[in-house]
Design a protein around this ligand. Structure first.
Ligand code: SF4
Ligand code: SF4
Length: 274
């Protein structure tokens, strides 16, 4: 059950955001996510990838180079210095262009921070070295099976304690999925069923942080948030309008502000628990 402390904290957050005392939409977003490809080599039970082939046709698996270049140029226009995460529901390290694209991000946006979220299935010593040299700042490693692959274990065994603590954050979804509380998991906007006990402690998001930054699919569409696996809510396409125009478009920002204040009109938000 949600604790009294959490209930009070959420009430205070709601009041402050409704008074506009917490408002992350006043200035430009501080992070951005985009998928370089929609393919993932795994099909985890707690991921919508298990039921749907994301974006269908093979041609949509990869973001086209021109979409990537447009995105980087638009971020350059904004003098973007925040966090860039090239992932969504695809496995970024299965994209053969990833090292080259991280390199391009860092050349064009040297003050940005690159975060790689990966299942580590493709992360070996060479790829790690190449990605660090290209400018990756942090790896978020998601564990989705009992053991990591041999080449990844060899890589982490080789690293110093300092490298390991500076460059890696681990999340063990494999263990979390089996636990009753499932504290790391959420229901992906209603696409995933959680255990009964887990649902008791989870609530609809208050001051939803996922709605405060752009998430871009392989086509260049800005979608509602990273929970929108099926791309049901598209706000615009960066090949047609500048990212900044789409982001600050009245309709888009009004919707996002409402969600941030826990006023949910869209079904995906009504179904969402964290
Ligand atoms: S949870 Fe991650 S590794 Fe598992 S299917 Fe989804 S995207 Fe792939
Ligand atoms: S509340 Fe809406 S915007 Fe926020 S994470 Fe859930 S589905 Fe996404």
């Amino acid at each position: 059950m949600t604790s009294i402390y959490n209930q009070t904290k959420n009430s205070v957050k709601k009041i402050l955001s409704n008074l506009n005392l917490i408002n992350p939409f006043d200035s430009i977003f501080s992070e951005i996510e985009f998928e370089t490809l929609s393919y993932c080599n795994r099909k985890c039970h707690y991921c919508p990838n298990i039921d749907y082939e994301r974006l269908g046709e093979e041609a949509s698996f990869f973001m086209k180079e021109e979409v990537f270049n447009t995105l980087i140029n638009q971020l350059k226009d904004l003098n973007f210095k925040g966090q860039i995460s090239p992932h969504l529901y695809g496995e970024p390290l299965s994209d053969p262009r990833i090292v080259n694209w991280v390199d391009k991000i860092k050349i064009n946006l040297p003050k940005s921070k690159v975060k790689i979220v990966t299942n580590a299935d493709y992360l070996n010593k060479k790829m790690y070295k190449d990605l660090i040299e290209a400018g990756v700042d942090i790896f978020y490693i998601s564990k989705h099976s009992k053991k990591f692959k041999k080449h990844f274990i060899e890589l982490i065994d080789d690293l110093t304690k300092e490298e390991l603590s500076n460059n890696f954050i681990f999340n063990d979804f494999y263990t979390d999925f089996k636990s009753e509380e499932q504290s790391l998991l959420n229901n992906r906007g209603g696409d995933i069923e959680l255990k009964e006990k887990a649902l008791i402690s989870k609530t609809p998001p208050v001051n939803c942080s996922y709605v405060t930054y752009p998430v871009i699919n392989t086509y260049g569409d800005i979608i509602l948030c990273c929970q929108d696996f099926q791309n049901k809510y598209v706000c615009g396409n960066i090949m047609e309008r500048h990212l900044e125009d789409i982001w600050f478009d009245d309709k888009n920002i009004t919707l996002r502000k409402k969600i941030f204040k826990s006023r949910f009109d869209l079904q995906i938000c009504k179904d969402c628990v964290m």
